[in-house]
Design a protein. Structure first.
Length: 422
């Protein structure tokens, strides 16, 4: 799916209506940009929506086009020679040698593997690598997966910088070519980049409270989405987590996601690796935000369709999912991706997408799982859209899963064995 974005002159977030001009031009003379839904498809699987580009090819095209800078926020980096991530890292090295400035921000999770995978890049003059100790700051992790090229071309999605995420895991992301959205991403990146250098969170929060020096993309001031012919199809904005590690004028993910669920009137479709209101990390407890929104939607008569990964079958998450499945109007399925013909691959062959579609119009594509710590403590990013074409593409991807051979309905009285992961 490919759409054109033009800048919004006045803040609103609603799908195009009869009063919307049939053709839109970018505000202030800004050149229109493009958005693409992007998918990683496990080899030898039935996944893969026709016409939707694949992650490694899109990443390579974006990196190859870099002329001045590349900023990358990555949970971790796991390369393996001969696999699909290696050419991506080689492309970054080539651009760095050509004079492109590369900044890579990672977290302490899987630090040894990250250091080993980035060792060739770390030797290059134009590459700077920092580690953000989110665990010491908020108790979470740097879980975001996004990057920005030359201040206008950006990517947000579920795929880690892991060779398995290229073609052994089902992933979903979005490419965004829009200077204003890219600058908003870069503002959050710069916030974390400076914090990684000194760890001074109070000083960072003081800077974050200052008004931005540009017009950021928020829920109140989104960008307009238009098709290739310039016809307005909707609007889009970014959102981030956690509130403590982002500029104060940026939209928070949890509030935007709750609003999206509350907006559903007929149907909401959700595909996410994990979903639970029982705290998975940190102190034990109950997290009502998304749980209450989903139950309220079902009580309003909204058809709630949820696909999680089989990794979510561990307790107490399995019991929580059954507590949703027992309700009228909620159906929960888990996905089990078959082992690859080459044999068992640790931490692979799993449903890792994070997206939602409400009423064939409202769309969310993110980087975090739907449990409390991913919103309250961990660094994540997402894109929200009101856009019919994007919803159409995501519905097609969802239906391929929902009606496919890899999913199984979770029955309230059933028992399901979690899979081997490593």
């Amino acid at each position: 799916m490919r759409v054109v974005i033009a800048l919004l002159a006045a803040g609103f977030l609603a799908p195009a209506t009869a009063s919307t001009p049939e053709h839109a031009h970018a505000a202030g003379g800004t050149t229109p940009a493009h958005i693409q839904i992007v998918e990683s498809v496990p080899t030898h699987s039935m996944y893969g929506e026709p016409g939707v580009p694949r992650t490694p090819e899109v990443w390579r095209r974006m990196i190859d086009a870099a002329r001045t800078r590349i900023d990358i926020a990555a949970f971790y980096v796991a390369n393996k020679p001969g696999e699909a991530l290696a050419p991506v890292l080689d492309a970054i090295a080539a651009r760095a040698k050509a004079g492109v400035n590369v900044r890579i921000l990672t977290g302490p999770t899987f630090a040894d593997e990250t250091d080993q995978s980035l060792a060739p890049l770390a030797k290059l003059a134009n590459v700077t690598i920092r580690r953000l100790p989110v665990n010491k700051l908020t108790g979470g992790v740097l879980h975001a997966k996004y990057f920005v090229v030359d201040g206008h071309d950006a990517f947000i999605g579920s795929a880690n910088w892991d060779w398995r995420a290229m073609d052994q895991i089902h992933e979903l992301g979005v490419r965004i070519d829009s200077p204003r959205m890219a600058r908003t991403l870069d503002a959050t990146f710069d916030f974390d980049w400076r914090l990684a250098a000194n760890g001074d969170l109070p000083a960072a929060r003081k800077r974050a409270a200052q008004p931005p020096a540009f017009d950021p993309v928020t829920r109140e001031a989104p960008v307009v989405v238009a098709d290739d012919n310039g016809r307005i199809t909707g609007t889009a904005f970014e959102a981030f987590s956690p509130p403590a590690l982002m500029p104060g004028w940026i939209t928070t993910e949890q509030s935007a996601l709750v609003r999206l669920i509350h907006s559903a009137r007929r149907r909401i479709r959700i595909q996410v690796m994990k979903l639970s209101a029982i705290n998975e990390y940190g102190p034990p407890g109950y997290w009502p935000a998304l749980d209450s929104a989903l139950r309220d939607a079902a009580a309003r008569g909204v058809a709630v369709q949820i696909v999680v990964a089989d990794w979510a079958l561990r307790e107490p998450m399995q019991s929580y999912l059954k507590s949703l499945a027992v309700l009228p109007n909620i159906t929960v399925k888990y996905s089990h991706v078959p082992i690859a013909p080459r044999g068992f691959i640790p931490y692979a062959r799993v449903e890792h997408c994070k997206y939602a579609v409400a009423d064939d119009d409202a769309v969310y594509v993110g980087t975090g799982n739907w449990t409390r710590s991913y919103f309250d403590a961990s660094v994540n990013a997402s894109l929200f859209m009101h856009d019919g074409p994007a919803a159409h593409t995501l519905n097609a991807i969802f239906e391929r899963d929902w009606n496919g051979p890899y999913v199984h309905t979770i029955e309230p009285g059933g028992h399901y064995n979690p899979p081997r992961t490593h």
